[in-house]
Write a protein that binds this ligand. Sequence first.
Ligand SMILES: Cc1ncc(COP(=O)(O)O)c(C=O)c1O
Length: 391
Amino acid sequence: MTERPEDLCPRPDVPRPMPTEPLASPIYQAAVYRCADPAQADAMLAGREAGYVYSRDANPNSDLLAERVRALHGAEQAVACSSGMAACAAIALAHLVSGDHVIVGDQMYGRTQVLFEKELSRLGVTTTRVDACDPAAVAKALTARTRLVVVETITNPLVRVIDVAALAKVVHAGGAKLVVDNTFASPVLCRPLELGADIVFESLTKIMNGHSDVLLGVVCGRSDDGARLRSVVGTYGFSAAPFDSWLAARGIGTLALRARQASTNALAAATFLAGRAECAQVYYPGLREHPDHALAQRQFAGRFGSMLSFTLAGGSAAAERFIGAAKQIPFCPSLGDLGTTLSHPESTSHRGLTPAERAALGITGGTIRLSVGIESPEAVVAALTQGLAGL
Ligand SMILES: Cc1ncc(COP(=O)(O)O)c(C=O)c1O
């Protein structure tokens, strides 16, 4: 029977079961699912039955992505979120109430500090900044109300390395939970849950997805946190969208290859820069003179990651000239792309700090952060050489 166009249901039919399955996972670009009856909808929404009703609560692509990352971290459960910040906020909202205290590392991603110190303070949560490379300093800052200690595996931008196992012991002795932002390391370098951390989160926006085309995050942890976390993610609307999740699940398929190549390139770049008089300081845990070199060797099984920073002796003016001359290294205040990119912490990620706070951390106008990509090591060094030639 033929139908007039105006009689057609405006929705195309979903495909019926097919005799063969697609090798690539389908994208379930759907906001809502058709339920068989009220009992089924009720059972799924209550979590008694597996399945999907409304994509903000759960969708197949974000579940598949979370499962991929869960397996990489050896976690009991994982929840995908719409960004790294959404993941961090979900952890905070799932675990904290008014009156609680949090310790954050003093070299965190700027927005993480803003989240705890400016946003959660409005809800009655107090925060203390501590040098997380010093477990004794963290122990001293713990109070009876401390619920969470939030640190980065590799700090931003001066790439100090946190001793996760040592810190976990101190934090647990104080009755708190250790939350690790593993974005700079990725599970290729570090699996903090295996070292004693309670919760790990990643901004999948960076090297995990690796293609600079989505914003996503994930929280991994123990099963008893799962229901509470899913409730926060669904209620606040921190959920990951199906298409973005599909892209990131695909990106993660090449994570190990990309992370290895980028680590090799970063060591070549750091070694090159350390030999140049224009650089007053080079920060990379793969260099013998880095204060955490031995810890990084042990904790990251001989790899040192794709992130490094360096400070040009000529200060802000030199940084500006370098950025202008390094035509092959785009100035992008993010990280983890396929190609090498650079950032200028003073004017981007750390612009929220006072000059005195930046100076205390060692960040100046001459500090440049590199996110090393997967080109050949020769190409990375050539691109840096071109930048230095502009000074
Ligand atoms: C270390 C680190 N953690 C978390 C985030 C936040 O991630 P997103 O941008 O996906 O919200 C960033 C972003 O740059 C970051 O660098």
